[in-house]
Structure formats: structure tokens, C-alpha cells
Design a protein around this ligand. Structure first.
Ligand code: NAD
Length: 487
């Protein structure tokens, strides 16, 4: 079965929305069309939720939160329900991988591996909540007794982008449900399919009606959702531009928020870096999913005197990356996910040339691909930190080599960005790498590679976001704290 037929056969109710524990007809007639990035053909349609559907979903989530069993259930029982969701998701791993690949064009070898993260997140938070300290007994400064209790923050809007649709949604849903929140999920309009599989698993796990609601839609309906007075918290993953807007809207009513936004992460090669050892991770994580990953290492900072050597080695390694049909297990890079992504990436490549960066590799469309939104892996050198390609998030397979004079210059250049999501430091001295990592203003840094572990906190400094997802910290953002005194 190919990815498209697997996707088409995976989803039971692709013409309905999941609201209040039932598969319901949408209020309007809008449609979302999923288009294959390989064939450029429509492969499936889903309903586009309208504002009336938002009202229904928020009302269902509100009822489930205000009067339903979920927030009042023991943490043990909520945990058990999450473990059941994990088991059901795990049983559908091949479908999850194929669904991701069919919609986004991410290589199947990668989606097969990373599709383990949604069940991992449900298992992790399912177990964590069972041992999490929700009540802290204290004696205060007036010798009074107090209990500091953590209570679920309420009804949460979970809004996610298209690049890693289910992984990003599950960070929010697994943590939010573990805390006792109820959720209205609005996946990206280009990739709604995975969330349908999640809704089916949540339903089959017996989670009470209204606790999870699914309303795929575009940004206008999303905007209505974030303004809805019934929403207590907005958990948003997407662009920094949308994040800034949503933060402003949320500020009006002081709705709780957490943001996972864009990035422009730097890989710093220290003077002693072993290039051969660095290449496998740099090649993989400078352009994962055709560069459409927030934490991609898109700026490579190299010492002036080793600039040419590192560039040559990287370009030679990137030339071996197999571009092709993402369903082929040998493919390492598929097409961009959509037409507008191709237009965007081509625009940045033109801008790089125009502003004087030197093209070291790629820059065009790969030969032999008449169809599909393919673009060549592209490397620019002699990039100045002031150039547009060094400053803006391209979200495509375009890497900028920037040279530095000394370590202070390297750190200054790494931090010369509005973003601060991830980063890497390559060196043979891990403790020195740690010292440099401490100077990089970003939410994570990996010494000698790139790791994002769902069981550890992930998130941004600066305009890459606020709050953290993953780990214990990712659960904490779904609680309010209450102090109860005994007078
Ligand atoms: P986007 O901001 O355009 O859209 C993301 C989601 O937000 C979509 O579901 C969209 O419909 C919705 N949306 C947009 N405007 C909205 C509004 N005003 N109100 C409510 N919903 C709204 O981003 P995109 O192009 O889909 O995704 C790519 C971006 O996501 C990149 O910047 C990337 O770095 C970022 N991203 C960040 C992370 C992270 O964890 N930090 C992970 C993946 C992607």
C-alpha cells in the first residue's frame, strides 16, 4: 500500500468533526484539501470547521471541564487513560508514518522513526502524572498550615503547524490531558489527517466526551478560536509572526499562553572540531524534512582559518543526500510540503544571491523531477550576518556559512538573531563546548550533534517562544497554582 492509499484507508470519518465525544457534521460547507507534494494532486478532503463549529467545540470542552469527570478524576485514572491512548497509537505506527509522509513529503525512513514520539508522549505523561506532586503541604511564616495545590488551567486551544503535525499536537494534548485540562485542537489546514487518527484513539480509549475536540481549519477560524472567551489557555506552535499576534490578542483578556515559534539555529564549529565526526549530525539536522523543521541548524559558524575545509567537507556530504520520492526508504530528502513553500524558498535563494552571498551548492530545482515541489539542497558561503538569508527563517533546505574571528565573535554572531530555539557546538572538548553552549541565547544547545528528547524541556528564548514543551516543564504549563490556608 502506498502512502496515499494508506492515508485514505486510515481515517474512518474524514467528512466529520469530533466534538463533544461524537463525530458530528460540520456546520458549514467549507473543505480542506490535502495536496500531495510529490504529485501536486489532491489526495483527500476534510471539512473546514467554521465559527459555529468553534462555538460547539468550546462549549463541549467547557462543559467537560466545568462539570465533567476528567479534571476531577484521580491522577492515577487519568494516567491509565493516557497509557491506553499510547497503546492504541502505537498499534497504528505504520499509518502514522504514511499519513505524515503523504501530506508533508517527509521521508518515510524518518517518519517511521519519529512517529514513535506521539505514543511516547502519551506514555510519558500518563506515567508522570501518576507520580507527580499535585499537593504540597507547608507551614508558612505565621505558623499557619497551607496546601499549595496544582489545578488544571482549564479549556485549552491547541494550534499546530503542518511540518510535524501529530508530534507537535501530542506535546500539547498529552500534557494538557494529563493535567486535567480539556482541549480544542485546531491542526493546520494543510495536514489535518493525523489528528483524526489521534481523535479515534482518544475515543477508543474511553476518554469522556468533550475532553478532546477536533476542528481543523485555517487561520481565520483559528483567530476566532483564540479570541473565544471560553478558552483559558492557548498553546500555539507556528511562526513567530502569528505568535506575536496571538500573544497580543491573549493579552486583552490575560488568557494563559505558551508559544513554540520559529528558529534560526546556529551550529558553531570550534577551532578543534572534528569535521568528520560532526558531519553526520550536521547533514541530517541542517535540512531535516527539506529544512522545514523549527530547530534546523541553518547557520553554520566556522573559524576563519578552517572556513574552506569545513565548507568543502559539508558540501561534499550534502551532495550525497538522496533526493527523491519520500516513500522510497532510501530517500533522505523529499519535496517541500507545498507550492507556497517552494515560492518562499526560491525567493530567499534569489535574495541571497542578490545581497552578495556566494552559492556553494544547489540553488535550483533538482534534475529529473518534473512534478512535485522539489528544490535542491542549497548552501551559501561568505554570508554576512546582516543578510536576509542569515536573519530570516527560510524554512527550506538553505544553509548559510558565516565565518568568525574568535570565540567572542562566534558567540556574538550566533546570538545576533531575534530567535533562540536550538543550537549546536562542535568540539573535541565537551566541557569547553558546554561553556560555549552557556553563552548561546537559546532554549537548547547540543554539544556535538542535535538532540530533541520529548522527555526533556524544549522551547525558545527571545522570539522563538515562551514556556516549554516536553519533560516535566511541559506539564507544568497546564496548571494553575492555588494556595489554600488553614486559619
Ligand atoms: P503559521 O504560524 O502560519 O501557522 C501555524 C498554525 O497556526 C496553523 O494551524 C495556522 O492555521 C494557525 N494560525 C495562523 N495564524 C493564526 C491566528 N491568527 N489565529 C489562530 N491560528 C492561527 O506557521 P506555519 O507556516 O504553518 O508553520 C511553520 C512555522 O512553525 C515556522 O516558523 C516554524 O519554525 C514553526 N514551528 C515551530 C516549532 C517549535 O516547536 N518551536 C515546531 C514546528 C514549527
Amino acid at each position: 500500500m502506498n502512502a496515499v492509499t494508506q492515508l485514505q484507508s486510515s481515517i474512518k470519518n474524514p467528512h466529520l468533526l469530533f466534538i463533544g465525544g461524537k463525530w458530528q457534521k460540520p456546520a458549514g460547507s467549507g473543505k480542506l484539501t490535502v495536496i500531495s507534494p510529490v504529485t501536486e494532486q489532491a489526495i483527500m478532503t476534510f471539512p473546514e470547521a467554521s465559527t459555529a463549529d468553534v462555538d460547539a467545540a468550546v462549549a463541549a470542552a467547557r462543559k467537560a471541564f466545568d462539570t465533567g469527570p476528567w479534571p476531577r478524576m484521580s491522577a492515577q485514572d487519568r494516567g491509565k487513560a493516557l497509557l491506553k491512548v499510547a497503546e492504541l497509537l502505537r498499534a497504528r505506527l505504520p499509518e502514522l508514518a504514511a499519513t505524515w509522509t503523504a501530506q508533508v513529503g517527509a521521508p518515510i525512513s524518518l517518519t517511521q522513526y519519529l512517529s514513535g514520539q506521539p505514543p511516547q508522549l502519551f506514555e510519558y505523561y500518563g506515567k508522570l502524572i501518576q507520580s507527580y506532586k499535585l499537593i504540597d503541604e507547608r507551614v508558612g511564616s505565621y505558623k499557619e498550615k497551607a496546601r499549595i495545590v496544582k489545578e488544571p488551567v482549564g479549556v485549552c486551544a491547541a494550534i499546530t503547524p503542518w511540518n510535524a503535525p501529530l508530534v507537535l499536537l501530542c506535546y500539547k494534548v498529552a500534557a494538557g490531558l494529563a493535567a486535567g485540562c480539556t482541549i480544542v485542537a485546531k491542526p493546520a489546514p494543510e495536514t489535518p489527517a493525523d489528528a483524526y487518527i489521534l481523535a479515534e484513539c482518544i475515543e477508543a480509549a474511553g476518554i469522556p466526551p468533550g475532553v478532546f475536540n477536533l476542528i481543523p481549519a485555517g487561520r481565520e477560524t483559528g483567530d476566532y478560536l483564540i479570541r473565544h472567551p471560553g478558552i483559558d489557555k492557548i498553546s500555539f506552535t507556528g511562526s513567530s509572526a502569528a505568535g506575536r499576534h496571538i500573544a497580543a490578542v491573549a493579552a486583552e483578556r490575560l488568557a494563559r499562553t505558551s508559544f513554540e515559534l520559529g528558529g534560526k539555529s546556529a551550529a558553531i564549529f570550534l577551532e578543534d572540531a572534528d569535521v568528520a565526526k560532526a558531519l553526520p549530525s550536521l547533514v541530517q539536522f541542517s535540512m531535516p524534512i527539506t529544512g522545514q523543521v523549527c530547530f534546523s541548524l541553518t547557520r553554520v559558524l566556522v573559524p576563519e582559518k578552517r572556513k574552506q575545509e569545513i565548507l568543502d567537507a559539508y558540501v561534499a556530504a550534502i551532495k550525497t543526500v538522496k533526493v527523491g520520492d519520500p516513500m522510497d526508504p532510501a530517500t533522505q530528502m523529499g519535496p517541500l510540503a507545498m507550492q507556497r513553500q517552494l515560492t518562499r524558498v526560491q525567493g530567499y535563494i534569489a535574495k541571497g544571491k542578490e545581497e552578495g552571498a556566494k552559492l556553494a551548492l544547489g540553488g535550483g530545482r533538482p534534475k529529473g523531477f518534473d512534478r512535485g515541489w522539489y528544490v535542491e539542497p542549497t548552501v551559501f558561503t561568505d554570508v554576512q550576518p546582516s543578510m536576509t538569508i542569515a536573519r530570516e527563517e527560510i524554512f527550506g533546505p538553505v544553509v548559510s556559512f558565516i565565518s568568525y574571528t574568535d570565540i567572542d565573535d562566534a558567540v556574538r554572531k550566533a546570538n545576533d538573531t531575534i530567535y533562540g530555539l536550538h543550537g549546536a557546538v562542535y568540539t573535541q572538548d565537551a566541557e569547553h563546548g558546554y561553556e560555549v553552549a552557556r553563552r548561546v541565547r537559546s532554549g537548547s544547545v547540543t554539544v556535538n550533534g542535535l538532540i530533541v528528547d520529548p522527555e526533556l524541556p524544549f522551547g525558545g528564548f527571545k522570539q522563538s517562544g515562551t514556556g516549554r514543551e516536553g519533560g516535566v516543564e511541559g506539564l507544568d504549563t497546564y496548571f494553575e497554582m492555588k494556595t489554600i490556608y488553614f486559619a
